[in-house]
Design a protein around this ligand. Sequence first.
Ligand code: PLP
Length: 372
Amino acid sequence: MSNRPTSPLNPRERILMGPGPSTVPARILRALAAPTLGHLDPQFIEYMDDTCQLIRDAYQTKNLLSFPVSGTGMAGMETIIANLIEPADEAIVCINGVFGGRMKDNLQRCGATVHAIEVPWGETFSNEAIAEAVEKHPNAKMLGIVHAETSTGAHQDLSGLAEIVHDAGMLLAVDAVTSLGGHELKVDEWGIDAIYSGTQKCLSCPPGLSPVSFSDRALERMDQRKTKVQSWYLDVSMLKNYYTGSGGRAYHHTAPINMIYALRESLAIVMEEGLENRIARHREMHLLLREGLEDLGFTYIPKQSLCTLNCVALPDGVDDAGIRGRLLSEYDIEIGGGLGVFAGKAWRIGLMGHSATKRNINTLLAALSDVM
Ligand code: PLP
C-alpha cells in the first residue's frame, strides 16, 4: 500500500515577497471557488468578455485581440513569437538578463535567425543602441524587449522605441510579466504591437494565465503568414473566434474557467484601486523598502530599478541561503535569491500587487534586523 495523503491540504499563509507569485487576496481566492460553468455557457462568455475588456483597460489599449492565454507567462511569450515569426525570418532581441535570453531561445525554436544585442545584467538599453541594431539588421521582422527584467530588477524605458522599430517595418514585442499592474504601461501610446504578462505578479492572482494583446499591425502580419503556426494550442488564427466572438464562439480548447473568474476579479480590483493610484503605491512602497535595505547595508544593482522587483547585492559575509531559510521558517516570509550570474550574490525582493504594503515591508525589515 502506498502512503496516499488523506488529510485536507493546509498550506501556510506566507508573506510572498519573492519574484512571484505574490500574495493572493481572499476576494480572488473566493472567485476561484465559485461554481464552474461550461466554457460556452452564456454567463461564462459574459465573464470572458469582461475579462478581455479589463485586460485592454489594464494595458491601456483598444486592441480587439486582447485575451488571457491558457498558461503562465511563458505561454504568452510563446504565443507571441510562434504567431509573429515564420521559419527563416530574422528577429532582434535585447538581452540583459534571463528573460531576454528565453525570448532568443523561443525565436530560434520557431526557426528565426536571431540578432541579439546585449548589455551587462542589471543595465538597460538606450534608444541609440536599439536604433543601431535596427539599422544593422534591416530585414528583421520583430524586435523583442523585456520591460521589467525580473532576474536583475532593471526597468527598461520603452518610450520612443516604437518609432525606431516601426520606421524599419518591424514589430515591437514586449515582455510585461513583472510590470502589468505595477508600472506605467501604455500599449497604444507607446506603439507596442504584441505584449504578454502573467497573472501571479502585480495582479496578485494565482499563476496560470497570460494576458496578451496584439495591435492591428501584428494582426496584419499574422494574416500574411505563408506557413502554419507550429503550435496548434497557441495558434491565434484558431483562438481568436472564441475570445473575440468574431465568427461565432467555436470550441478550441476548454477555457480554464475558474482561473478566468480569478483574473476577472483581480483586474476588477486593479481598476477599483485605479491604475494611477496602484502605480503610485508601488513606487511609494519601493522607496520605503529601498531606504530600509540601504540602512541595513544592501545596495541596489540596477541603475534604473523596478519598483516591483528590488534586486540588491548582499553585503559581505551575509549567508544567502541560511538567512532566506530563516526568514521562511521563522517569519513565513519568502524572498528570492539571485538568478544566473547573480546566484549567491543578490536577493530579489518583490513588491507586487497585494504584497506591496507598508506592513509587509516593515515586517521584512524587522525580521532581517533580527536574523542578520
Ligand atoms: N518573463 C519574465 C520577465 C518573468 O519574470 C517570468 C517569470 O518570472 C516569465 C517571463 C515567465 O513567466 P512564468 O513563470 O509565469 O511562465
